[in-house]
Design a protein around this ligand. Sequence first.
Ligand code: NDP
Length: 419
Amino acid sequence: MSRVIIIGCGGVSKVAIHKCCQLDDVFTDLCIASRTVSKCDDVKKELEGKTKTNITTKQIDANDFDALVKLFNEFKPEIVMNLGMPYQNLIIMDACLEYGCHYLDTACYEPEDVNEPVWRARYEKRVKEKNFTAYFDYSYQWEYRKKFEEKGLIALLGCGFDPGVTQAYVAYAKKHEFDRIDTLDILDCNGGDHGYPFATNFNPEINLREVSSDGAYYENGKWIKVPAMSIKREYNFDGVGMKDMYLLHHEEIESIALNYPEIKRIRFYMTFGESYLRHMNCLENVGLLSTKAIDYKGTKIVPIQFLKELLPDPSTLGPRTHGKTNIGCIFTGVKNGKEKKYYIYNMCDHQESYHEVGSQAVSYTTGVPAMCGALMILKGYWNTPGAKTVEEFNPDPFIEALDKYGLPKTESYDPIMVD
Ligand code: NDP
């Protein structure tokens, strides 16, 4: 018997809602709260007669602390899953602390307005010290560790696939396969084709911010910054085939480097097609990726938010996306005095995801781990309080749940390495 609030009702939330409703003996009461309540009502309708979960819906602006606390006091959740935007992570964490419930999200905090002076000054300092320019870093959410610890609550940070499952793979590899891990390459491949010349497969604002930032990787205790898309490799992905992939900075590198300091090098690669990159470069060159508001005939417009309105909504890509995703981690290290390699990954089919829950595989591979993370907390498998990332918990019950609820692992002991 658990009461859960899900904030946001986009691509990722819809999958998580469907998956929670499949486990209706655990997720008995679910409140879907989002900016546009009609979207929540639509999902509730879709699920009518298919689940015993009691679903309620609510309009909420997650920027409104008082409204959040009021909703939490009325609904009395054990956990709030923030599957909307990372801009609201901190305010929702504050509201969870105020009310007294667990918290979960799937993306590291970043601010909506990256030109806000106080935030900007701290950002510039971090760029100098840490040498990566992404708008997100975990320092803001790690500042909540003590507050959650003191209240005996968990804030589970970044519980999607990457971040999320990739960190569980690290903890799993360390527990079962290695005495010492030396290197880690995280490979994220989307081999899906939706037929549009350009569309992002999750929230366009967050996606384009991430991809257009400089790349960075971690080596021998230091961050190495490289220009965006300047390191390219080809890789032959199981279930997908040969793809071009590019080195990006990604949030889990930061937490893995902290929690597994023995790892000498951590890199993250994501696949992109030529058409995607050509469109992105062009949009960047004409200023449409800018987060700075401009004045258009008396109306303030943020270019990237305007662009989001023009692009296909990622949550509508399901019916037209074919192919598979393949996301995982390749490790080198030592076990019983012998050097070894190990690759653990998941393949997920876009059409199978669509037929099961009405969404494409990128939303599926994020929404399923979010549900499984909540399950870990609600069932008490993960019970150490604090604001923590996934690799800080026992990976076994989580990986078992992923295997069972739609994202089974595949393992290889002789993978092709990335040079
Ligand atoms: P969508 O844009 O599809 O959905 C976002 C939802 O949040 C929408 O329903 C939107 O409402 C709602 N929302 C936005 N602002 C507010 C607000 N102020 N108050 C209340 N609700 C709000 O995004 P996705 O589902 O694609 O992505 C969701 C999250 O998952 C993002 O943070 C993304 O970065 C993360 N993600 C993580 C991945 C991982 O592997 N870890 C992979 C992919 C995504 P409205 O309908 O009105 O627009």
